[in-house]
Design a protein around this ligand. Structure first.
Ligand SMILES: Cc1cc2nc3c(=O)[nH]c(=O)nc-3n(C[C@H](O)[C@H](O)[C@H](O)COP(=O)(O)OP(=O)(O)OC[C@H]3O[C@@H](n4cnc5c(N)ncnc54)[C@H](O)[C@@H]3O)c2cc1C
Length: 337
């Protein structure tokens, strides 16, 4: 059983910054995210785009901001449960207990919902048997890359995620990687596209352009092969142990919508005069997922909300202790030089 002070749902920029602010007040955090890598929208939607409105950074790539936030949180040793969705919660004594879709149970004295636009659910292709073989060869997230090494891998998609994983696996696998894309051109970063064509020439990636998977075949309750056809209706059978259809993620408020929280237009109503608390005592909502008069969905606003929510959490966790604001310039941060 994972037990901590603050359970944070969502490892986007706001959840990650909350870890740092909590650490300054000696509160421990554990983050849960359905996506298998931290970073929220910045990692999933625009890792290579520059952001210009982070204070102190005239320009910073979204991916770099996330690696900086992880570095800033590291001294406080946050725990991570990635690739799992927070499904339900109940009260167990003084703790909230969250259960995930994979059955993991986690307890925290306080919950921060930093779920952004909602949990990022994969866009699933409409092919029969897709549900039957999900997690039995059909994988919508690359949860543990090493688990797939030296297996026959096929990837579908034309965006950054599909290309980045094709490049990653092609460097490590003894089999060439099949990359299937329904168009001739890719939407991904130009460097990645150039690399894909290079690896294709070197025989490390088999490219199937203008092509789509139209059926899946399994044996012994596991994926065995994919049937692919191109625009000229020419069919191929690709022997495949693992197929990653990486067609992007769609945010959904999901199960949190049924937790008894005040929901207004798909967002959680919070009291912005009381540390971004929700209508359930001990549950706070910060970042893109919350709403209040004047709300702006900006990273820097989420950072502010995270800071105040940590102060609210402290008052709940230590009701009898005096809370003082100490500057980091005065007290320093252990773990940093
Ligand atoms: C293209 C684009 C450009 C942008 N440019 C800027 C900009 O220049 N400046 C700026 O300030 N903002 C910008 N934004 C907005 C910014 O990305 C968001 O404000 C920010 O990502 C919000 O952070 P967050 O941590 O609240 O949520 P998110 O980044 O959305 O992260 C939330 C995480 O919570 C997870 N989650 C949700 N529910 C669950 C659940 N039940 N279980 C498990 N995990 C869950 C999600 O999977 C996700 O990973 C941009 C957004 C986009 C799309």
């Amino acid at each position: 059983m994972i037990k901590t002070d603050i359970l944070i749902i969502g490892a986007g920029p706001v959840g990650l910054f909350a870890v740092f602010e909590a650490g300054l007040m000696k509160l421990r955090c554990h983050l849960i995210d359905i996506v298998s890598v931290p970073g929220g929208q910045l990692t999933e939607l625009y890792p290579k785009k520059p952001i210009y409105d982070i204070p102190g950074y005239p320009k910073i790539l979204a991916g770099k901001l996330i690696s900086n936030l992880l570095k800033q949180a590291k001294p406080f040793k946050p725990g991570f449960t990635l690739g799992e969705r927070a499904e339900s919660f109940k009260k167990v004594g003084d703790f909230f207990e969250i259960s995930t879709n994979m059955g993991t149970k986690l307890q925290g004295k306080v919950i921060f919902i930093a779920g952004g636009l909602g949990s990022m659910e994969p866009r699933k292709p409409k092919i029969s048997l897709i549900d039957k073989f999900e997690r039995k060869g059909i994988e919508f997230y690359v949860k543990d890359p090493d688990a797939y090494l030296n297996k026959k891998i096929s990837i579908s998609g034309g965006g950054d995620s599909a290309l980045d994983w094709a490049i990653y696996f092609s460097k490590k696998s003894k089999y060439p990687i099949n990359l299937i894309h329904r168009s001739k051109s890719f939407r991904a970063n130009k460097d990645s596209v150039d690399k894909i064509f290079e690896l294709s020439k070197a025989g490390k990636i088999n490219l199937y352009l203008d092509s789509e998977v139209f059926s899946i075949n399994g044996r012994n309750n596991h994926l065995k092969s994919l049937s692919v056809k191109d625009r000229n209706e020419i069919n191929y059978t690709l022997e495949t142990d693992y197929w990653f259809p990486l067609f992007g993620l769609v945010p959904k408020l999901g199960p949190i919508g049924n937790w008894g929280l005040d929901i207004v237009k798909n967002a959680i109503k919070v009291d912005n005069t009381n540390n971004y608390s929700t209508n359930i005592k001990g549950i706070f909502a910060i970042g893109d997922i919350n709403t209040y008069d004047g709300k702006l969905k900006l990273i820097l606003c989420g950072f502010h909300e995270a800071t105040l929510a940590v102060h609210g959490a402290y008052e709940i966790i230590y009701p009898d202790k005096k809370k003082t604001l100490k500057y980091t310039t005065i007290q320093g941060v252990s773990g940093f030089d």
